[in-house]
Design a binder for this molecule. Structure first.
Ligand code: ADP
Ligand code: ADP
Length: 227
């Protein structure tokens, strides 16, 4: 029984000679964290974007909770995404950034305030809600971006290279932090990385890719122990 499943997924970009994603199949149980691992250009981000609904698959199916996402309108999919460069709105406060998705969904003021406060607590940014984006460090901005994605209680959380913009020290800290937040919220998550150590230390399950294809699927133990 799985929560998220991808089957026979293909993406051929217009004008491309080879598929960016070539018949990819994997599934993920509820509450687990999966890494899409592989070198630059192997199709990881394209898979993430198809799951997020930002790119249309050429073929194949993505199933969430037993339903094909193609059958669910984009605004009802409830999939959160944390982008590489945070993509926070610079003219808004941190709290306003986090509240934005709730406002879009018509959540009223008092519930919004409560949920924003809870999200700030979760990512250890309590008391910093009134700050502007530019008044936060890189790690704090990353936390704010995670809070903004989590506040809508997503069915699935996607991360695009979550640690690649951080310096080495922050990277270790955020690696533990993201893992901890994911475990505490129990949210099913998928992240993309080209860093094997990152994938092995953060993921419950790995999909190792090369040239648009799946090379291996397994737990960090399975993949690490293989000769
Ligand atoms: P990764 O995330 O593993 O670096 P991508 O999914 O970004 O890989 O890219 C896979 C392949 O698809 C690459 O050859 C890339 O150049 C190509 N590609 C990515 N995005 C586009 C696009 N919008 N249009 C055309 N080709 C693209
Ligand atoms: P990443 O590997 O993190 O996706 P890239 O530098 O490959 O970063 O891609 C940056 C942007 O350019 C993305 O929006 C991607 O979709 C687009 N892109 C990548 N390759 C191509 C391509 N061959 N043709 C058109 N757009 C592309």
């Amino acid at each position: 029984d799985f929560h998220v499943g991808v089957s026979g997924l293909v993406k051929v970009y217009p004008g491309a000679t080879a598929p960016a994603v070539d018949n990819v199949t994997f599934s993920l149980p509820r509450g687990e964290m999966l890494a899409l691992l592989g070198p630059s250009g192997c199709g990881k981000t394209t898979i993430l974007r198809m799951i997020a609904g930002l790119v249309d698959p050429t073929a194949g199916e993505i199933v969430l909770n037993g339903r094909s996402i193609a059958a669910i309108p984009v605004h009802k999919r409830n999939i959160g995404m944390v982008f590489q460069a945070y993509a926070l709105f610079p003219h808004m406060s941190i709290a306003e950034n986090i509240a934005f998705g709730l406002e879009m969904r018509g959540v009223d003021r008092s519930e919004r305030d409560q949920r924003v406060r809870r999200a700030l607590d979760l990512v250890k940014l309590s008391g910093l809600g009134e700050r502007r984006v530019s008044q936060l460090s890189g790690g704090q901005q990353q936390r704010a971006a995670i809070a903004r994605s989590l506040v809508i209680d997503p069915e699935l959380l996607l991360f695009d290279e979550p640690l690649s913009n951080l310096d080495a020290k922050l990277r270790d800290e955020m690696r533990d932090e993201i893992r901890d937040i994911q475990a505490r919220t129990g949210v099913t998550a998928i992240f993309v990385t080209h860093d094997q150590e990152e994938a092995l230390s953060m993921a419950d399950r790995l999909v190792v890719m090369s040239n648009g294809k799946v090379e291996q699927i397994g737990t960090p133990g399975d993949i690490f122990d293989r000769p």
